[in-house]
Design a protein around this ligand. Sequence first.
Ligand code: ZN
Ligand code: ZN
Length: 238
Amino acid sequence: MKKLFFKIINFFYPITCSVCGDDLYFLSQTKICDKCANSFPLIKDLVCQKCGLPLYDGGEHCYVCKKHPKEYSFDKMRSVYLYKDSLRSLILKFKYSNRSFLAKDFSLSMYKAMELYNFYDDVDFIIPVPLNIIRKIKRGYNQAELLANEISLKTNIFVLTNVLFRKKITKPQFKLSKSERVANIKDSFFVKNNNIIRSKTILLIDDIATTLVTVSACSLALKISGAKTVYVLTLARD
Ligand SMILES: [Zn+2]
Ligand SMILES: [Zn+2]
């Protein structure tokens, strides 16, 4: 009887899983069913103490962090999932197909990751990786900012969007070589109102970390401007 009742309500107010399309309970707070959420490739157990890369053979640091301790400008970074399979297509929808409501589900898994690592307890402010203004207008939202706002609701840590900015990219990225592209990204962030972050611990939020060049460049800009510590948390890592 109860099942039939839900079926009728779902017929008029369909709420379905964003991954598999199965019906969800009509009062469901989540847009991803448990089966799909549990199938996402969670990063757990052994990771590099600095950058959070999974280390399947154990050890303290990954090759890069061991050989080049100054390669990344952040202090520590963790990611919740590996960027693959059904999660990958879902993040692409989140970024490009107006599924901004997924920020609620995604941020919950990021919040759970924060509870696993006690260094996140020291965070004073949250800062999302910025988009340049043209891209933000085209897309209508910055997905990193949506995640940051949701995490702020759960942690009561204030989000700063008036500190870190991205310059308008003048040269098209595809015309550049790989090293020119890296240099271009390194040079593309700047800080305003640096008095707010002086001697503070910052949590930098992004959706996907691919090369870590972006999050490292943001961390460097924040540190040059006086931030004491920068921790990074991303939803996924490529
Ligand atoms: Zn599902
Ligand atoms: Zn590492």
